[in-house]
Design a protein around this ligand. Structure first.
Ligand code: SF4
Length: 335
């Protein structure tokens, strides 16, 4: 078993500008954070020392982010075994025990790492609590409990029965491999909506095809519950659009796409059968997002994808956001 949290380097998207939900969320959160995360290379000439520190900070996760990532890993491991009819009580215990070992190994490595060594990228996972010299020992076991508890809650919920029904009845079921994201398969075919020179990335955690016109999308959530009135999340809308575009369509017409976000902490779910207005809205939102991203590029050229001067990337005005930001060390030094 590979206990490393590292992501594969050989499947990263090319240099062209890309738009993904994560990327847009970061841009809206803080433009400087967006710069530090996606344009670290631009510091190479102006500030090589800060560049090497920023590269390191890009891999930092706080405990909450780490719990979210591991919850996705464990649920994916479980669903893949369920799909192959390999699930027994012993198998569930084995999956949880493997996860406990994995998390303890990650934690120990993060705790012992020499953070002055900027070239050690063997184990691409470090906790921001360790980098910033916070005492994180008391957080480890609750984090493990939360991850294993998320799986237990899923198994005890009606969703466990439902996904087994989907494995039985659907023509095709996709379960994501979050340990090894496949950026190629995440690409959304956007030529049909007249967006050029950028790649749009989106990959749901789970989807099922029941017929040529009937689809289901599920996305697991481990963070704070976001209840949207009379709407569903942009992320689900992008996934639905991706499915339509695979058929060279932008209108639902006779196509039924049902999509839900499932919160692992409460097992509450939010979503519905997509409406045409959801699709129309997200197409315009993607176009708008891409234009916003281009404003921060030299010559607004998405193909070259070179950022304008760092000072054009505005810092958030929220002290609360900065308080927990993994980049706060370099951010201060850049002022
Ligand atoms: S420390 Fe604050 S201003 Fe700086 S990158 Fe982070 S969130 Fe943005």
């Amino acid at each position: 078993m590979n206990y490393s949290s590292s992501r594969p380097l050989n499947r990263r998207p090319k240099k062209t500008l890309s738009r993904s939900n994560t990327r847009i969320t970061l841009l809206e959160y803080c433009e400087r954070k967006y710069y530090l995360n996606y344009y670290t290379f631009a510091l190479k000439e102006s500030n090589p020392d800060l560049r090497s520190e920023t590269l390191l900070l890009k891999w930092l996760k706080n405990i909450e982010m780490w719990v979210g990532e591991k919850s996705h890993f464990l649920l994916s491991d479980y669903l893949h075994a369920l799909k192959k009819w390999e699930i027994t009580e012993e198998k569930i215990e084995e999956l949880k025990n493997n996860m406990k070992m994995e998390m303890r190994a990650d934690f120990d490595y993060s705790k012992e790492r020499d953070y002055e060594d900027r070239d050690d990228f063997f184990w691409k996972f470090w906790l921001s609590e360790h980098f910033y010299w916070e005492d994180a020992d008391s957080l480890l076991e609750p984090a493990i409990e939360k991850v294993c508890g998320n799986l237990d809650r899923f198994i005890a919920s009606p969703w466990n029965e439902k996904v087994q029904d989907y494995f039985n009845s659907a023509k095709f079921v996709y379960v994501e491999h979050p340990r090894t994201p496949d950026f190629e398969s995440m690409k959304v075919d956007i030529a049909k909506i007249w967006i050029r020179d950028v790649s749009v990335l989106a990959g749901p955690d789970f989807w099922a095809t029941f017929s040529d016109t009937d689809f289901l999308i599920l996305d697991w959530k481990s963070g704070k519950e976001e209840v949207l009135d009379n709407s569903i999340s942009d992320q689900l809308k992008v996934y639905a659009l991706k499915m339509l575009l695979k058929k060279w369509l932008t209108s639902l017409n006779w196509i039924k796409i049902e999509a839900y976000e499932v919160y692992l902490d409460s097992m509450n779910s939010y979503g519905w059968i997509l409406k045409q207005e959801d699709i129309d809205w997200i197409i315009e939102k993607i176009k708008h997002d891409v234009e916003e991203q281009k404003q921060l590029l030299v010559d607004q050229n998405p193909y070259k994808n070179q950022p304008v001067d760092l000072m054009m990337f505005r810092k958030t005005a929220s002290d609360k956001k900065c308080e927990h930001c993994t980049f706060r060390d370099v951010c201060q030094k850049l002022d």
